[in-house]
Design a binder for this molecule. Sequence first.
Ligand code: M6R
Length: 589
Amino acid sequence: MCGIFGVINDQTNEAAQTILTGLKKLEYRGYDSWGIAIKPGSSDSLLVEKHVGKIGLAQTSLPQGTIAIGHTRWATHGGVTDANAHPHLDCTKKIAVLHNGIVENYQELKVKLLEQGHTFISETDTEIIAHLIEEKLKNQSLKKAVFGTFKELVGSNAIAVLHGKSETIIACRNGSPLVVGMGVADAYVASDVPAFLKFTNNVHFLIDGESVILTKKSILLYNTDSGSEKKFSWSVLDWKVEDAEKGGYPHFLLKEIMEQKKTIPKTAQINLVEIEKTAALIRAGKKIVLAACGTASYCALAAKYFFAQGGIHAESYGAYEFLPFAQFCNSDTVFIAISQSGETADTLIAAKAAKKNGATLVALVNARGSTLERLADITIPVGAGPEIAVVSTKAFTSQLATLYLLSHAVDGTIAKAQQNLTDLGNALEKWLDVKLQKQVVELAKTLMDHEDMYLVGKHLNYPATMEFALKIKEASYIHAEPFAAGELKHGVITLIQKGTPCFVLSSNDRVKHEVLSSAAELKARGGHIVGIAPYESLEFDSLIKTPDAGDLTIFPNVIVGQLLGYYLGVGRGADPDKPRNLAKSVTVK
Ligand code: M6R
């Protein structure tokens, strides 16, 4: 939920600037406050700068140096204040600590440290880490003190520690992501690759139980438990620097929405081996269980409809509600965990439970090197590229397109499905353009002052309404509530008054007339009906016409919701890339 970044042997001698620039790329991980610690040139002591608020336009006044660490915070323990911002220092101010995660046993550790005479400046769980290291350093080496401290922390955590005197950065991982990047002489450790992608794409993703020690002379990998050295497993990523830039767009969110004309058809060309491997398991009779959180869970639900259309039964769960049902997973189950980040705590817990009961774990991920990927028996990387905006868009459509292919691979019609996705790509090339953007802006202007909106859809368009509504809620803070069209008469209709905005998502399918009947019922109660569909209807007061792509029409239908959420958010003064209270990867339960 927070972003960690450290550099050693900074080539510009402006390590604080390097960290600041990198933190801006990690801001999606948390944006309550930010901070940097640097070991300036000749001095042993550390200098720290920290501030509440977003880092976007921030500048640092820290001096030159080649070693620094920095952090963007998503507050858990302690309010959003300068004092609670990371890095945190020990009493001697020789050790600076960054942390991502929650130290579940911090209160008992703090009591002991207070008894030992340590003084605390913040209300965070993180600060105890600096004091614990300080205490151990009295009679242990830095490596032992940091590893020993990290082993005492209960919970999912990643830390980075800067020790000024020895010019060393030590980072340890247990449950929260860390990646090391190796430049020519420079080296980096971060929560995610975009922080240092400008300098290197040669990376090692740490796994739980691994620690890395960066000094001016070496980069070494260790097993945190035993303290013994390990070999790195370096890989060269094919990410381009532009992938983590806005590319002329005012926000990442808009850039990522527009990129879908490329990322959706791309799915038809990749992962064919992994898709076939998974399809073979399903053909052999294994039961499909899909689980995920948030947007990815709506993808799971939509995929359930795709499978059903092919005559294949699949179950889908919000991963946070899966555990009571984990008992029904066994060696005859294919458990498909869907996650952009591969680090979502609830999804990992569900995946581990299913795997423990014998299920084959398939990870449908976008970010690479994640915990979920490492747990999986089969990994299907959906290839949408770095998704920086906190609001998920292109990862969702790439995940859904991949599951659409899988559903067709099972019954041997994948070639047709690939063609359909390619055709959809061509349709999006023409439709997803400035003209559509303008149309959505005009619609957004009419909706800007409403605080409640309702959405209905049926079958495939039901999960589409859920995703559409989430985009509006996340990006614009407007209450948007999705319903299955059939649910209306069972209570929901009481909410509709004169002028209530009601979105009706529909495709040219066999349930279209039932959905239009629901639209008529809403209209009869005064609802203002906005059709999101590939056809015109007298029931619609206004229409955003989407390309008619058969079953795949839900893709453009959802894209309208992404654009509308974006423009409503901009119009209402929200930050569409970093909505309040959210973080990109939710690594806590
Ligand atoms: O990284 P994941 O796909 O596992 O994340 C799951 C959800 O936290 C995520 O989809 C969340 O709902 C986003 N804010 C959606 O825009």
